[in-house]
Design a protein around this ligand. Structure first.
Ligand code: HEM
Length: 255
């Protein structure tokens, strides 16, 4: 983080400016695209300045690192608590990918069970239960309620992720929530861990790829178990900006 973001954004600027691979607008990444835009004549006017580069870079790092790693900590916790589900994931990986090549995103379409498990991890973990607060910029009305300009709006994502009218077993880890009778993957509308609307998570696509690749790679290589000398970890969460699992220990047994 220190490497990329200094007080005035110059570290990130110097780093990306030295990367000479970009001669067109097909830039390598958002920060690189930003640096290219800094060179435009009217850059400052459009907001492409070093201070904004610093803010955008730190936003993406802050929003993108803890969220994905916390979800993966939940993932491994659910796997050690539910070995029978873990074993079904192992079987699907062995069938579709095998043990010798790395998983790719192309595999996802052929792995409904693993995909369902990852979605159920996100639903149960509910890592950002109240999303990010927003403020109305004009008077508005929602389902008969008048909301004046300047009102702070806090969404309750838990209310949909654990909605008893949608989910068969809202408070249990049950991957079948995301499978139809034929075992095909389905995604109910109430699956909203990334929130909804214009200000929904900017990194959703990236996060989904990260979760699939990291989770599948770990499961391809290891079986995760509770160490013999450890108690069964608790499944409830502790809240500090995000819902995290309590610290737990696991043993990773090479497959
Ligand atoms: C499992 C992983 C993730 C989850 C569950 C998640 C969830 C969320 C949620 C609930 C919001 C608030 C949306 C709202 O207020 O309506 C949000 C905002 C945001 N997320 Fe994520 N996120 C994840 C990963 C990422 C990644 C990997 C990135 C980028 C690298 C990212 C970038 C952002 C940004 C920039 C915002 C603010 C968007 C805005 O205000 O317009 N997130 N995320």
């Amino acid at each position: 983080m220190n490497f990329l973001v200094s007080k005035n954004g110059s570290t990130a600027f110097q780093y990306f400016s030295k990367t000479k691979t970009c001669h067109s607008r097909e830039c390598l990444c958002s920060s690189h695209a930003f640096v290219c835009s800094l060179q435009d004549k009217d850059a400052e006017e459009k907001g492409f300045n070093k201070r904004n580069l610093s803010l955008v870079t730190s936003d993406l790092l802050a929003a993108g690192s803890q969220t994905t790693s916390t979800t993966l900590r939940w993932a491994l916790l659910f796997m050690i608590l539910h070995p029978e589900i873990q074993s079904k994931v192992h079987k699907e990986i062995d069938k579709v990918i095998g043990r010798n090549r790395a998983p790719t995103m192309a595999d996802q379409a052929n792995m409904p069970y693993t995909n369902a498990v990852i979605h159920e991890i996100q639903r149960c973990a509910d890592i950002i239960p109240t999303a990010v607060p927003h403020r109305t910029y004009r008077d508005t009305e929602l389902q008969g309620f008048f909301i004046p300009k300047g009102t702070t709006i806090i969404t309750n994502l838990t209310s949909v992720l654990k909605d008893e009218t949608v989910w068969k077993k809202p408070n249990e880890f049950y991957p079948e929530h995301f499978l139809n009778e034929d075992g095909q993957f389905v995604r109910p509308e109430a699956f909203l861990p990334f929130s909804a609307g214009r200000r929904a998570c900017l990194g959703e696509q990236l996060a989904r790829m990260e979760l699939f690749i990291f989770f599948t790679t770990l499961m391809q290589k290891f079986t995760f178990v509770i160490p013999e000398d450890q108690p069964r970890p608790r499944q409830d969460s502790r809240f500090a900006l995000t819902n995290s699992p309590y610290p737990y220990q696991l043993r990773a047994v090479p497959r």
